[in-house]
Structures are given as structure tokens and as C-alpha cells.
Write a protein that binds this ligand. Structure first.
Ligand SMILES: [Zn+2]
Length: 486
């Protein structure tokens, strides 16, 4: 994952100096996965240094030193992005009010951090906790209440500052800028590191430096939860611009689909890290969100009296089928073949729905192989599967014959260049006792030069099936050897 490479607040470091600006996206210090929303001038990201899960940053694309120097047209967008964060914090962490601050080290015109030589790039830090930062800052600085960051330019008076939106000691929520009274205090303000202080205030000492505590786990959870939350927002969105960026609804939908892709990446990372339960959890969260989105879309379409799925609905269905397929694979790896078969069934229902016109046979084949793994005898006696009362009954041999006919047509037609179709054909034919078809599929598969990981996935799948006591054992063993030779 790209998470590792992205420090959150370089100015918190006391040791290493670097010339590369973390928040200039061109430097790729912040991974694509970490960018949660893009406006026209500003973006929202989940940086490393998750002292607590939910730490977010809003920054301009342009390397502007402090929020006080932002162009005036950036402030409405800053407010919109902040409302997105507020909505997320409220819905996900039940926090109200949250804490926001900016260390305006560049408020006096400095371009680099006084201690480390880091380029200064404005960023508003967002934390899903209710803290009193005013009392800390008021000790050495003079505070002035503002109505928002758009007033920073005159209020900072060309000096380094700290901008805070948080609860105060009297339980009032205040937006204030803090400036130093003396040259000495100004120097201090330019060197001050607020995050370790906040970590201590939260009773989490040692988490204030991203190098000591990057918080990868928290970061993954955060990205996942944000994706699910945004989908929910999109689902409920009825033209109210309050928590949307200045895009239309379709582009927000596209953004949500991107977030789901990111979620799938996270699930894969969990799987690779040997934590299938966490992977399944991530996938189920995405599935819930997409199911809700699909229901909403269908409802809107029915209300409009249309029978055809639009592009947005079809896109959701494709991603949903993918997630069910991934969930099935995760459960199969855990040895939970019953749940795996049920997950593939859900994916198959979408895959075979003519409204979505999908070509994929991934769930169609795997719902059958999961049943064979669950009950190897079903290839000889299909009725054996009837004892699995929690699972839809499928006459596996007939389904394999149908699938094989469909794949033969696809491989010489619409999916001629698709190695997945060729691989699925080879496996299906081996399970059908069709040796010629098995070799034909394998040859096509090899001809299309698939990536090694896909190749391994098929080989493992065939080897697992060949270990079972089925009437196709001999051909599956032959098939396994043929796949191993490649
Ligand atoms: Zn920068």
C-alpha cells in the first residue's frame, strides 16, 4: 500500500530535513489512496500520523505557506470540505464538536520550517475529538476570536500564528487566531509542535510524531470508513449542496465508486497480511454501502417508470459483483465453503441479471467450485447438496454444462481477448470431463499472457479441486500437471 510513504506533518520532526514538500501532490508523498476528496483548489487527505483514527488534513494543491495566504475564492471550498469532515466525524465517530487547527508558521512570510528546512505548505488539521486547545495557546500567546479562517489574513498581521477551532475551558466553541507578543515568543511559535502536546492532552503520549507512530492500522480503517460514509451521503443526496463538492451527482457517484475500489485494495492488503476476518469485514462494509446505493438507484428508476438500468446503476452492479466475488474468495481461503458459496451466489445473481449485461463468469464458476469443495460427492450425486438447507440448491453438473457452453461461445466471440474467460473455460471443462476443452482453454489462456498472479490463482484452484475425491479426479490431476508445466 502507498500509506507508508506519506508523513503527515513533517514539521513535527525534530531530526530529518527534506526538501520535498509532503503536501505538494506532485511529489507523490501522499498516495492516491489517501486523497479522499478533491475540490478545485483544495483537497482532503488522510495522512500518516494517525495519533487517533480519523486525523484528516485539508490542504491547497498549490504550495501556499499558510491558510492566511489562500486566495479569497478558496475559502468557500475550504468551508465545504470542512462540512464534509464534520458530517463524517458526526456520523462515524459521534463527535461534536471536533477540533481543527492550523500552525501558521509561514504567517510571517517564511517559506521553510525554521527548525528543519521543510517547505511550509498550509494545511488545516482535523481531529475527531473534543479538546480545549485555547487554554494551551493562551498561556504564551494573545488570542483573537474570528468568524472563520477567511479573516486570517488581516488578523495574523503578517506574523506566525496558530489558528484554532475548538472548545474552550468554559465549554464554548470558538474560532481564534493566536499570535505572539514578543520576538522571543514569535520564535517559539515558529518552532512549536502542537501535535505532541495534543497527543499528551488526549492521554496518548508518544503518538504525536508520525515517525514513532504512523498509525497504519488507523489509517486503513479511516479510509475505509470514509468511503462507506461518502456512499451513504451520495445515497441520501437530494440536491442539497451542503455536503457536496461543486460537482454534479454523477461525478460524486464516480468518486464513491473510486472509494469502493480503494476499499477492495484494503481488503486485499488484509488478505495478504493473513487477516481474512478483517478483509471480510472491509468487504462486507463495502457491500452494504453498494447494496444501499443500488436499491436507491433502482427505486429512482422504478419511480421514473424506466426498465433499463442506467450507466451509474450498471457500474454499481459490476463493483458489487466484484466485491461478492472477493468476499467469496476470502471465505473460501478460510475454509468456510458454505458462506463462500452463498457470497458467490449473490455475485452470480448480479452477473446474470440481463439488465446489467455483464460478461464475467467469475461468480458463476466459483459458486460451483465452492459447492464441490463443500461437498465433493455432488459431482457424482447432485442431490447430496440438498442437505445444505442454508444454501440455494444448484444441480452442479447441469450448471457446469451450461457454463461450459457459454464460455466456449465467449472465448471464440465477445471475450476472445479475455484471459479470465479462457481460464474459466479450462477449469469448467476439467470439471465436466471434457479434456479437449480443458486444453483449449489453457492454450488460449497462455496465448493471452496473463499476469503471474492470475496464473497462480487458477493453478491453486485446480490443485485444490484435484485433491478431492470426485469422479473427475483423474482429469483434474492431468489438468493440474498441465497448468504446472507453464
Ligand atoms: Zn507544498
Amino acid at each position: 500500500m502507498a500509506f507508508r510513504t506519506s508523513p503527515s506533518d513533517p514539521s513535527d520532526s525534530g531530526e530529518h530535513a527534506t526538501e520535498r514538500c509532503v503536501y505538494c501532490l506532485g511529489n507523490a508523498e501522499i498516495g492516491e489512496d489517501q486523497i479522499l476528496a478533491r475540490g478545485r483548489l483544495l483537497y482532503l487527505c488522510a495522512p500518516l500520523g494517525q495519533l487517533t483514527e480519523g486525523y484528516l488534513v485539508i490542504a491547497p494543491y498549490q504550495c501556499i505557506g499558510s491558510l492566511s495566504q489562500l486566495p479569497v475564492q478558496a475559502f468557500p471550498e475550504l468551508a465545504r470540505l470542512k462540512r464534509i469532515v464534520e458530517g463524517f466525524y458526526h456520523a462515524t465517530y459521534r463527535v461534536e464538536p471536533a477540533t481543527y487547527y492550523e500552525q501558521g508558521r509561514a504567517g510571517g512570510g517564511a517559506a521553510t520550517d525554521a527548525a528543519n528546512g521543510f517547505p511550509l505548505h498550509a494545511h488545516l488539521c482535523c481531529l475527531p475529538v473534543t479538546l480545549d486547545l485555547h487554554s494551551i495557546l493562551a498561556r504564551n500567546c494573545t488570542g483573537q476570536d474570528l468568524s472563520g479562517p477567511h479573516e486570517l489574513l488581516p488578523a495574523a498581521r503578517g506574523e506566525p500564528y496558530v489558528y484554532v477551532e475548538s472548545m474552550d475551558a468554559f465549554g464554548r466553541y470558538r474560532r481564534s487566531v493566536y499570535r505572539a507578543d514578543s520576538d522571543e515568543a514569535r520564535m517559539e511559535l515558529r518552532h512549536m509542535r502542537l501535535k505532541p502536546t495534543i497527543a499528551e492532552l488526549m492521554n496518548l503520549p508518544g503518538r504525536g510524531d508520525w515517525r514513532c507512530y504512523p498509525g497504519d492500522q488507523e489509517l486503513q480503517q479511516l479510509v475505509m470508513k470514509f468511503g462507506a460514509h461518502r456512499l451513504e451521503v451520495v445515497n441520501k443526496w437530494h440536491g442539497d449542496e451542503a455536503d457536496c463538492l461543486p460537482n454534479d451527482k454523477e461525478s460524486i457517484m464516480a468518486e464513491a465508486v473510486e472509494e469502493i475500489k480503494r476499499l477492495a485494495t484494503i481488503a486485499r492488503a488484509y488478505r495478504d497480511a493473513g487477516d481474512p476476518a478483517a478483509a471480510a469485514g472491509a468487504l462486507e462494509q463495502g457491500i452494504d454501502a453498494l447494496e444501499a446505493a443500488l436499491t436507491e438507484k433502482e427505486g429512482a428508476r422504478n419511480a421514473a417508470g424506466s426498465a433499463d438500468a442506467d450507466a451509474g446503476e450498471a457500474a454499481i452492479a459490476v463493483h458489487l459483483a466484484d466485491l461478492y466475488g472477493m468476499l467469496g474468495g476470502t471465505l473460501r481461503e478460510e475454509g468456510n465453503y458454505l458462506a463462500a458459496a452463498a457470497a458467490y451466489d449473490r455475485g452470480f445473481r448480479l452477473e446474470s441479471d440481463p439488465r446489467y449485461a455483464m460478461q464475467s463468469t467469475y461468480n458463476a464458476l466459483n459458486r460451483l467450485t465452492a459447492r464441490i469443495l463443500l461437498c465433493p460427492g455432488c459431482l457424482a450425486d447432485p442431490d447430496l447438496l440438498r442437505t445444505e438447507r442454508d444454501l440455494e440448491f444448484v444441480y452442479v453438473r447441469h450448471a457446469l454444462a451450461d457454463l461450459s457452453a457459454r464460455l466456449h461461445r465467449q472465448v471464440s466471440g465477445a471475450r476472445a481477448g479475455d484471459f479470465w474467460a479462457a481460464g474459466d473455460l479450462s477449469v469448467t471443462c476439467a470439471l465436466n470431463g471434457d479434456e479437449q476443452g480443458m486444453y483449449h482453454g489453457l492454450e488460449e489462456f497462455i496465448r493471452l499472457s496473463p499476469p503471474p498472479t492470475v496464473y497462480d490463482a487458477y493453478r491453486h484452484s485446480i490443485e485444490a479441486l484435484a485433491r478431492l475425491d470426485t469422479p473427475r479426479k483423474a482429469l483434474l490431476l492431468t489438468s493440474g500437471r498441465a497448468w504446472s508445466r507453464q
